[in-house]
Ligand binder design. Structure first.
Ligand code: F6P
Length: 506
């Protein structure tokens, strides 16, 4: 096996990788890759680590095994780097990443239809229950066209790249596909590589079949049909597993569902459907949190704290429920005027999907909500809310070290890794106020204060309870959460999936 040992600590995972990937060729595919190129001031190619949850979750795998990661060329830099390699994989220049990245380059117009019309908003909004069904979505000819000449086309290009990589090796391919961008890839790869092991993991929730029925039958059937060409389909939570099995039963013909064993039998194949709650690399985030760079940010962020501080860290994204969070804070200040001047709310928000109308509008709504609270309660000496609006992970980690209360009130979330990162880096036994519909709630309810995402009054009360909680209770709640996160960190997530791949028959 062409592997590089960077971390032998996690012996069990190492053994598994050694055993499994000595006999199989790992090819991983996700829309965003582990790194991206951009053009520097003198026209030279510069690189940086890719952003987002998938990269955070899977970068650790590069410590164990050297593999090919197939990803979309996101910008001109990626396109240039890919062209310079004649379309073949590029060795990642990012320190610590032992991986080759093969960029899938598709026509800009096709990528726009795939990403900005089908993936986000259509699928993302559907899967986070964000459509207002009497009015939206409007599935018109533009969407039909984007499905055919955007989504299908990009998925086809990914499948072709995977097949090409697989054929370059004599080992049996193990193809791990990630997320809703690539639903059609398992079916397209299966047509060409019948013997491949195919694993598809979905990072976002899978809604009830009645909600999927908002979409045309050909879309939902194509998605289920393709996913059932994988050997394993992984989800974040048991709720998603159940909903997927039910969707297959509703949308596919001649299908058998085993609800006890969580298996779908379809077109002569068996697909195992499993929950693998994703987690974080505890060691890595602790290293980042205690790095000199984080210390610099900590000093800067420290200057912004109140006597007590509420923090949130999110992409500027409607499913994160940011506006309701500020509305709850407003209710808190209204009901407890003694907190004015003493409690601050620091929001670390990352610009996201800024070409999409719904995201632009949501960013404006966030802005208006912040202005409203600051105008209503702010004084010359004290501004209740401070927003850091930039993609600066280390600064956000510094913020997480310093909170008294971390607010995660997502409408619904596959998992929400901020809810896991916060407790392990925080230095104050801060309290986590957590949406019951975040996937992370299942694990963190041992220590978190629950909120229903639409419940502004309840969120205000939970914030107050968190701010006034006795020190011993805070310490105990954070101890329980940290213990659980350390026990089931990212290594555990990877290991469980590889064990299931290893246990596949044939
Ligand atoms: O799974 C959800 C996800 O794809 C995460 O990996 C990532 O954090 C987020 O969505 C960002 O999405 P995008 O790649 O569209 O910025």
């Amino acid at each position: 096996m062409s592997s590089t040992i960077a971390n032998r600590e996690h012996g069990a995972l190492w053994g598994l990788v050694d055993d499994l990937l000595g006999r199989q060729r790992l090819i991983l595919a996700s829309n965003r890759g582990p790194m991206e190129f951009h053009t520097g001031p003198n026209g030279e190619l510069q690189h940086r680590r890719g952003s987002g949850g998938i990269v955070t979750a899977l970068s650790g795998l590069t410590n164990y095994v050297d593999f090919t990661w197939i990803a979309s060329a996101m910008g001109e830099g990626d396109r240039r780097a890919s062209e310079e390699q004649g379309g073949k994989a590029v060795r990642s220049p990012v320190a610590g990443q032992q991986v080759s990245v093969r960029f899938v380059t598709t026509p800009r117009r096709a990528y726009h239809k795939y990403y900005n019309i089908i993936c986000n908003p259509l699928l993302w909004f559907l899967q986070h229950y964000m459509w207002s069904s009497p009015y939206t979505p409007r599935v018109d000819a533009v969407v039909y066209d984007a499905w055919d000449t955007g989504y299908r086309l990009v998925n086809r290009e990914f499948a072709n790249a995977i097949v090409d990589e697989a054929r370059g090796s004599s080992l049996r391919p193990l193809v791990m596909v990630h997320d809703y961008h690539l639903y059609l890839v398992p079916g397209m790869v299966r047509e060409q590589l019948p013997e491949a092991r195919i694993h598809h993991f979905l990072h976002i929730p899978w809604p009830a079949s009645s909600y999927w029925q908002l979409l045309p039958g050909m879309i939902r059937t194509a998605i289920c049909d393709s996913l059932c060409q994988a050997d394993i389909v992984g989800f974040q939570a048991q709720r998603d597993v159940r909903a997927f099995l039910e969707s297959c039963e509703t949308f596919l013909e001649d299908v058998q569902i085993d609800y006890r064993e969580h298996v779908v039998r379809y077109r002569g194949r068996e697909t195992r459907v499993r929950a693998y709650p994703i987690s974080i690399d505890v060691d890595e985030i602790r290293q980042i949190a205690t790095s000199p760079r984080a210390a610099e940010y900590e000093e800067r962020v420290g200057a912004e704290l109140g006597k007590q501080t509420i923090v949130r860290v999110d992409r500027a994204e409607p499913s994160k429920n940011i506006v309701r969070g500020f509305q709850a804070y407003e209710v808190l200040l209204e009901q407890h005027p003694e907190l004015c001047g003493n409690v601050r709310f620091l929001a670390f928000l990352v610009p996201s999907r800024t070409h999409i109308r719904q995201y632009q509008r949501y960013a404006e709504e966030i802005d208006a909500a912040v202005r409203h609270v600051n105008d209503r309660f702010g004084t010359a000496e004290w501004q209740p809310v401070r927003v850091f609006y930039e993609n600066n992970y280390v600064q956000a980690v510094a913020g997480m070290r310093l909170y008294d209360v971390l607010l995660v009130n997502a409408v619904i979330d596959g998992m929400n890794l901020v809810a896991k990162e916060g407790p392990v880096v925080n230095t104050k036994h801060g309290v986590l106020v957590l949406s019951e519909s975040a996937g992370a709630y299942e694990q963190l309810k041992v220590g978190a204060l629950p909120v229903a995402p639409a419940d502004i009054e309840g969120t205000a009360r939970a914030l107050y309870q968190a701010l006034s909680m006795p020190a011993e209770e805070r310490a105990e709640r954070s101890r329980l959460m940290i213990e659980s996160i350390e026990r089931e960190d990212i290594t555990h997530w990877l290991q469980r999936q590889l064990e299931d791949v290893k246990a596949l028959p044939g």
